[in-house]
Design a protein around this ligand. Sequence first.
Ligand code: 16G
Length: 251
Amino acid sequence: MLDPAPFLDLLKSEFESREEVSQPLYKKLQRGIRKAVEEGLINEKDALPSERDLAASLGVSRITVRRAVTGLAESGLLTQKRGAGTFVSPRVEQLLSRLTGFTEDMAKRGMKSDITWLDRSVGTASPHEAEMLNLQTGAKVSRLYRIRSAEGVAMCLEYACLPNNLLPDPNKVDRSLYDYLGKHAGRPVRAKQKIRAELFDMEHAHLLGVQTGSACLYIERQSFLADGTAAEFVRSHYRGDSYDFLAELHL
Ligand code: 16G
């Protein structure tokens, strides 16, 4: 639960700051909320005080509060959840040296993960998929396409393609693909990953509820089982404002 006192004190001190006296109030409020997030006074589990309470405590109009909050939601810092309030958007730091799955990653951080299924089907491998999975073109593959969320916020779109013999019925994957593989074919133990910056196109932006043209991290992962079998080829589009990928470098 958010202790509102230090949070409100920080916002008040932003209003009183002498710098940029001419800056509109909603901008000062935005700066204060950003600072409160950076300093850990509010995190993704806490709902911000209501618009009415914030306006009353700070002595500003509700329009000012709404303008500040809407702007921060558009930039991705805050998430407005219908009926539940306004929250700090989850931000995830992921180590690039560990081969983990989404469900496991979120559970380790104490975050609740969710899936919206867009497709679970069996088909034939495209030439590129066949190459990535060391299969013959036209071989049978299983496909999983899903929106992955953390704490109710859509974080990424993930399209996975696997040799059909490793996953004969994609509908058997209920939540975690890596859990399923762990119980059947074996968990991937090695992966190659390619990351590049992109901008969200209209279709992907719509699915994630972000603005078309906002920052996206495009990731391709090719994973292998202990015996060297290529187990999955995954294309993911991550919200650029929600992920920090961390690599440790050695001499
Ligand atoms: C991660 C992996 C993805 C894997 C999935 C399994 C990246 C870029 N991708 O999202 O390759 O298929 O986890 O997650 O990290 P699951 O076990 O929760 O289904």
